[in-house]
Write a protein that binds this ligand. Structure first.
Ligand code: SF4
Ligand code: SF4
Length: 420
C-alpha cells in the first residue's frame, strides 16, 4: 500500500511526479552523483558492512515522528548508501521510512538498508517529549526555547483574540510540535520561567513485538541504562517471540564506568538463548548532541577505547552513536580503531555474527542529530519555497541534500570526490 494511503492523508504531500526538462536533468545529476562517488560499487550488504567496519546507520530518532521529514530523510540517505535506518517503533513512521526507501530505489536501484525500530526498557532521554502551555508564558518572554530547539519543534505566535467586546487581548498560541520533538532537552534549561515539562514514556513492548513481525522491519534496538537487569529481562521476554523475524538485535547503552562491560556480558547471557541473528552494541556517548559541535563525539570514542582495552568483551558487533558527527572517523583513526582492529576466532558468536573468522572491532557509526541537521537545512529551504513536498519532486533540493549526505556517509565508506 502506498504511504499516501497508509499515513494521515491530511499532512502527507502527494508526489507530483512532475516531468519537465529541468527535473529530468536534475534527477540525472542525482544519479550521476551517486554513481560518481561510488555508492553502487562500495555499498555491500549491511552484514558485510558490519564485518568490514564500514556500517553506517541513520538515526531518525526514537521519538521523532514527523513522517514527511522521515520519508525524505530515508530517501536521501538510502541513495547515500546507509546500511540501516533507525526510527520510532510506530506504524506510520515505519511506513514513512519504507516509502522513502522505495522512492530512492525508483531513482536508482541500490540495495535496501535495514529498517530498525527502537524501544526502551526504562526512562531514557531518547523517549521523552517537551510540553508547555503557551497561555502560561509571559508575553514579554524572548522565547529562547524557540531559538534553541534544533528540530524546529517549537512554534509560537502572538494572536489577537476578542474575548471581551470592549478590548482586544493578545495571547500566545502554538507550543511544542509533538511529532517533531525528539527529546533532546535543550529547551528545558533555557526557559527563564521554568514552564517546560518533560513527558517521559516507555514504548509499548508488546506492540513493538508485533511491529517486528512486519516484513519491512529488519531489526530492533533496545535502549537501556545497563543498570537494571530486571527491566531488561522484562522487555526481552516481551520481544523474544519476534526474534525469528529479525536480521539484527541491537542494545544501546551509555558508558557507566567499570561495570559497563560486565553489564553487557550479563545482558548478552539473557539474550543469547533466543538470538537467531547477529547482535550489536550501540556505544552511546553523548546522546542527541552531534549537531552541537566538534567535541561532542569524544564520549563515544572514549567508550570504544575502553571497550577495545577490555579483555572480556561481550559477543557481537560494536557501533558508535551519541554525539557522532563529521569528526568521528578522524577520532577513531587517531585511536587506531577505524576498520583496523579485528576480533578473531575467540568470538563465540561467530556463527551468528560472522561466518568468517574475524570482523572489525568497531563495526561502524550511527549518525542522528548531525545527519538530520546537514540535510534539514535543505528540507527547510524546500519547505519555505514549496510547502510540504516529496523531495524527488524538487530534484535540485534532492541534489543538494544528497551532496551533504554522501559527504558524511563517505567518511566511513570512503567515497570518492564528486565533480560535477
Ligand atoms: S526537547 Fe529538544 S526537540 Fe524537543 S522541543 Fe525541546 S529543544 Fe526541541
Ligand atoms: S522560554 Fe519558557 S516562558 Fe518563554 S516562550 Fe518558551 S516556554 Fe514560554
Amino acid at each position: 500500500m502506498s504511504l499516501t494511503l497508509s499515513l494521515q492523508g491530511s499532512i502527507w504531500p502527494q508526489s507530483q511526479g512532475k516531468v519537465n526538462l529541468k527535473n529530468i536533468r536534475c534527477l540525472g545529476s542525482v544519479r550521476n552523483l551517486v554513481k560518481t562517488v561510488g555508492v553502487p560499487s562500495l555499498v555491500s550488504s549491511p552484514l558485510e558492512a558490519l564485518r568490514n567496519g564500514n556500517w553506517v546507520k541513520l538515526i531518525c530518532g526514537a521519538s521523532f515522528e514527523d513522517v514527511v521529514d522521515i520519508r525524505n530523510l530515508s530517501l536521501i540517505y538510502t541513495l547515500a548508501g546507509v546500511d540501516c535506518i533507525d526510527c520510532a517503533a510506530d506504524v506510520a513512521v515505519v511506513s514513512a521510512v519504507n516509502e522513502g526507501i522505495d522512492a530512492a530505489q525508483k531513482i536508482l536501484n541500490l540495495r535496501r538498508p535495514w529498517v530498525m525500530i527502537s524501544v526502551n526498557d526504562d526512562e531514557d532521554p531518547h523517549f521523552r517529549k517537551a510540553e508547555f502551555d503557551p497561555e502560561d508564558c509571559p508575553l514579554d518572554c524572548t522565547r529562547p526555547c524557540e531559538v534553541v530547539c534544533p528540530a524546529n519543534a517549537i512554534s509560537l505566535k502572538e494572536e489577537k483574540s476578542t474575548v471581551n467586546f470592549s478590548f482586544d487581548t493578545i495571547t500566545l498560541n502554538g507550543g511544542v510540535i509533538a511529532d517533531r520533538c525528539y527529546g533532546c532537552g535543550r529547551c528545558f534549561p533555557v526557559c527563564p520561567y521554568d514552564k517546560i515539562r518533560v513527558n517521559a514514556y516507555v514504548r509499548d513492548a508488546s506492540a513493538t513485538a508485533e511491529l517486528l513481525k512486519r516484513s519491512d522491519v529488519d531489526a530492533v534496538e533496545i535502549h537501556t541504562s545497563g543498570r537494571q537487569t530486571a527491566s531488561f529481562i522484562k522487555i526481552w521476554n516481551c520481544l523474544r517471540s519476534s526474534m525469528g523475524y529479525l536480521k539484527l538485535v541491537a542494545v544501546s547503552l551509555p558508558y557507566t564506568g567499570d561495570t559497563t562491560v560486565s553489564s553487557m556480558n550479563d545482558m548478552y547471557s539473557i539474550m543469547e538463548p533466543h538470538l537467531c541473528c547477529p547482535n550489536l552494541w550501540q556505544l552511546d556517548g553523548r546522546p542527541m548532541s552531534g549537531d552541537i559541535g566538534r567535541g561532542t563525539t569524544r564520549e563515544s570514542i572514549a567508550f570504544s577505547v575502553c571497550l577495545a582495552a577490555a579483555k572480556d568483551k561481550p559477543q557481537g558487533f560494536f557501533q558508535l552513536a551519541g554525539g557522532t558527527n563529521a569528526h568521528t572517523v578522524d577520532g577513531l583513526k587517531r585511536e587506531g580503531l577505524f576498520q583496523t582492529t579485528s576480533i578473531g576466532s575467540e568470538d563465540k558468536n561467530q556463527n551468528k555474527a560472522s561466518p568468517t573468522s574475524s570482523h572489525a572491532l568497531i563495526s561502524g557509526i550511527a549518525y542522528g542529530g548531525y545527519a538530520r541537521k546537514i540535510v534539514g537545512r535543505v528540507l527547510r529551504s524546500m519547505q519555505v519555497g514549496h510547502g510540504l513536498a516529496c523531495i524527488e519532486d524538487r530534484p535540485e533540493h534532492l541534489l543538494n541534500a544528497l551532496k551533504a549526505a554522501t559527504d558524511l556517509v563517505g567518511t566511513v565508506k570512503s567515497y570518492g570526490p564528486f565533480e560535477g
